[in-house]
Design a protein around this ligand. Structure first.
Ligand code: ASP
Ligand code: MG
Length: 450
């Protein structure tokens, strides 16, 4: 068995769903279990309706809901009857919400679950139309969660038991199709795993049925050697470790947050990222163990437009407790810190989210001199074992010759060497680093030019 997960853009239209059917059809002998997201932007649309309804804009909410129904009619005509029944319930829910004027996490889950409930029916019907045996399963009967609505965590023992009891026997005779993202509490109340939760669902399902592989079908070829929004011409990374992929996500890579596939990686089930518009591309394989590579760096990640804050103690020497006081301020303002460097009396750090920077600076000024620099960027070279290899920093600085590096960090994880520099320099810097580290490529790990 394999799990094949298709994201919102992979099922955004009738044509996209047709592509999904073809992709799955070509893999029938591997006994696929298909997990789908809501069609296109459906989840966002449903939440917009809910927000309008509680804000007293009932007619607007129902109007938007009618647009979403028309979209489902047009792109999933085979399930019109079921779609209409679902939209009738949604209209009821919105009316109730507008009377109550209150949006609870539980009602958010009730509303947002409809996207996956309908997309999974649409995809099941598309298989049947093409003469492929398919079985729809309501994911809420299998994925059992705690009751932290909108951010629920699976109860693994119960969930795995249910998955193992139902899915393999269905998969032996049909393509099993279910919605991602949704589950239910022990009491049977609909819950969701949090935004973007379908990848997580796929990993849970894969782990629960002991799948041989989990495929995450999306709209990119996989992970690249550099961020395509910064530099074109990056090569596809064929295989990457879970730890490397997690580090890349932390430093801004957008493809897949590997923590969402942790249940699969823990069971050593490989996770593949694949492109549903170019299904013949082999994608990127995320594996539990590090992969030997001639290239020390697997990819360069960037976080752009970040802010650096330098904090200098107003006392002569850095008394103990200085770092604690600094981090307490950031903690009180719920602002994550990405990189930290220290000297005797100074600390520099970077933040991505500056919504509360004014309050932070004001509190820091009670015991330190504070200087804020906007328009910075963080560039991270990521590769397993980087801390033990000789000469990497030398090569990186040599490559960056002429570019002013404001902060440097290495050693925290052995997985990254990162720099803060002016955002204006980032395209040039990534180009130079990419040329240094990715001109010769180990073909076991990287796609080599055709
Ligand atoms: N449809 C849900 C969302 O948009 C879950 C997912 O697509 O992964 O967040
Ligand atoms: Mg998604």
């Amino acid at each position: 068995m394999i799990v094949m997960k298709f994201g919102g853009s992979s099922v955004e239209s009738a044509a996209a769903i047709d592509r999904v059917v073809s992709i799955v059809e070509a893999r029938l002998e591997r006994r696929p279990v298909v997990v789908v997201s809501a069609m296109g932007k459906t989840t966002n649309r449903l939440l917009e309706c809910a927000h309008l309804a509680v804000a007293g804009e009932r007619e607007k909410a129902l109007g938007k809901l009618a647009e979403l129904r028309a979209f489902h009619h047009a792109e999933a005509p085979e399930v019109k009857g079921e779609v209409d029944a679902h939209f009738a319930e949604l209209a009821e829910l919105l009316r109730g919400m507008s009377v109550l004027g209150e949006l609870t996490p539980r009602s958010i889950d009730a509303i947002s679950s409809y996207g996956e409930r309908m997309s999974s029916l649409a995809v099941t019907a598309a298989f049947s139309r093409r003469g492929i045996a398919a079985e729809h399963v309501d994911a809420r009967e299998l994925i059992i969660t705690d009751d932290r609505h909108s951010q629920a965590a699976p109860l693994y023992a119960e969930t795995y038991e249910r998955l193992a009891a139902r899915v393999p026997q269905l998969a032996a005779r049909a393509v099993v199709v279910m919605g991602g993202f949704i589950g239910s509490t022990k009491a049977g109340v609909t819950s969701t795993l949090g935004r973007g939760g379908s990848d997580f669902s796929a990993a849970i399902v894969g782990a629960g049925i002991g799948a041989e592989e989990i495929q995450i079908w999306t709209d990119v070829d996989g992970m690249l050697t550099c961020d395509p929004r910064v530099l074109a011409g990056g090569r596809r990374v064929r295989v990457i470790s879970f730890a490397e992929a997690a580090e890349l996500a932390y430093f801004g890579a957008k493809v897949l947050h590997p923590s969402t596939v942790l249940p699969a990686v823990e069971k050593e089930i490989p996770v593949l990222i694949l492109n549903s518009r170019r299904p013949d591309v082999e994608g990127t394989r995320i594996v539990a163990e590090g992969v030997p590579s001639e290239n020390p760096i697997k990819s360069i990640a960037c976080k752009r437009d970040i802010t650096a804050v330098s904090i200098k103690s107003t006392r002569m020497l850095m008394a103990h407790g200085f770092l604690r006081r600094i981090f307490e301020v950031f903690d009180r303002h719920e602002t994550p810190v990405d990189m930290v460097t220290t000297s005797e009396v100074s600390v520099s750090l970077t933040v991505d989210n500056t919504a509360r920077i004014e309050g932070i600076v004001e509190e820091l000024r009670a015991f330190a001199e504070v200087h804020v620099e906007t328009g910075r960027a963080l560039v991270a070279l990521v590769g397993e074992g980087l801390g033990e290899r000789k000469g990497i920093a030398g090569r990186a600085f040599h490559a960056l010759n002429g570019i002013n590096v404001r902060m440097i960090s290495q050693g925290a994880s052995m997985l990254n060497l990162s720099f803060v520099l002016a955002d204006d320099d980032v395209v040039k810097a990534v180009g130079l680093l990419h040329a240094e580290f990715f001109t010769e490529l180990d073909p076991r790990v990287f796609e080599v030019a055709a």
